[in-house]
Design a protein around this ligand. Structure first.
Ligand code: CP
Length: 318
């Protein structure tokens, strides 16, 4: 297995005890190290028991299929114990502070993973916890998803540098994190959103700085055809994310049908283009059945890789 940074296996990295809240806090080499570790653990499924005797608390303020199940299975396959907690089942739901929750959990478990409404909740957990805190999605980012996205692309193309991802649709939390991970590893990103639905300005700014260093490009535009024309990968996400249900009608009128990924849009891209989606998908809205169920769709590999990338991260942080 040769990665683009060939010396990665010889280099010493310092992951132990760190929080994983924001990909911008990790260097390109560190992200490569996570991807390389993923590759090793994926081949050695259930044979590495690095978390024996260790416990992980998983706090969910929002629903989840992939993040919850992949992280729980990741912990258990590594020999540890995962504890699933919702806000309403914790005293958090009755007014105990985030700081006190973080202090107490730090006395019982070895890592906290949390899916939250507000990124500030993760920052507060991390400030008061004495153990690593992992971001399982917030309003502005979803770095765990980006690890699986990058790994899936690498698995398909056997390289990342110089590839181009077209993101079509909402400049969502998933898009924000993708901009960071891709720009650090030399992947070009074309983002086509309706005006007013671009990625977060801070993430565009960070990604532009990263792209200058990695010799890649970040382009923000409004025409899906322009975004996909030179793309190796087309990605999208739901038009109405969790917590935006009240905006559903307005958002659909803005996004649909122009930003739907359908066969006609895919036909404007290069041959060999692949389709990706973090899931869950709203079939018939942001993507058609014929695209998500096509032979060029990587969505099931991408979902599976949430497990292997989470294992790699747990392995390195603990
Ligand atoms: N992609 C993702 O995070 O899926 P879940 O919301 O099901 O966890």
């Amino acid at each position: 297995m040769s990665f683009e940074i060939g010396y990665i296996s010889k280099k010493k990295f310092n992951f132990k005890g760190r929080d994983f809240l924001e990909l911008q806090d990790f260097s390109a080499e560190e992200i490569w190290k996570i991807l390389k570790t993923t590759s090793i653990l994926k081949k050695r499924r259930v044979k590495v028991r690095k978390l024996r005797g260790k416990s992980v608390a998983m706090i969910f303020e929002k629903p989840s299929t992939r993040t919850r199940v992949s992280f729980e299975v990741a912990v258990e396959e590594l020999g540890g114990k995962a504890i699933y907690l919702t806000r309403s089942e914790l005293q958090l739901g009755r007014g105990e502070t985030i700081a006190d929750t973080a202090r107490v959990l730090s006395r019982y478990v070895h890592l906290i993973m949390a899916r939250v409404y507000k990124y500030e909740t993760l920052e507060e957990l991390a400030r008061y916890a004495t153990i690593p805190v992992v971001n399982g999605l917030s309003d502005i980012n979803h770095p765990l998803q980006t690890l699986a996205d990058l790994y899936t692309i690498w698995e398909k193309f056997k390289k990342l540098r110089g590839l181009t991802i077209a993101w079509v649709g909402d400049g969502s939390n998933v898009c924000n994190s993708l901009l960071i991970g891709a720009s650090k590893l030399g992947v070009n990103v074309n983002v086509a959103t309706p005006p007013g639905y671009e990625p977060h300005p801070k993430y565009i700014e960070w990604a532009e700085v990263n792209a200058r260093q990695s010799n890649s490009s970040i382009k923000i535009m409004h025409e899906p055809e322009e975004a996909v024309v030179d793309a190796d990968v087309i990605m999208t996400d739901v038009f109405v994310s969790m917590g935006q249900e009240e905006e559903r009608e307005k958002r659909l009128s803005v996004f649909y049908p122009k930003y739907q990924v359908n066969s006609e849009l895919v036909s404007k891209a290069k041959s060999g283009v692949v389709f990706m989606h973090p899931l869950p998908a709203h079939r018939g809205e942001e993507v058609t059945d014929e695209v998500i169920d096509s032979s060029y769709s990587l969505v099931w590999d991408q979902a599976e890789n949430r497990l292997h990338t989470s294992k790699a991260l747990l392995y390195l942080l603990l």
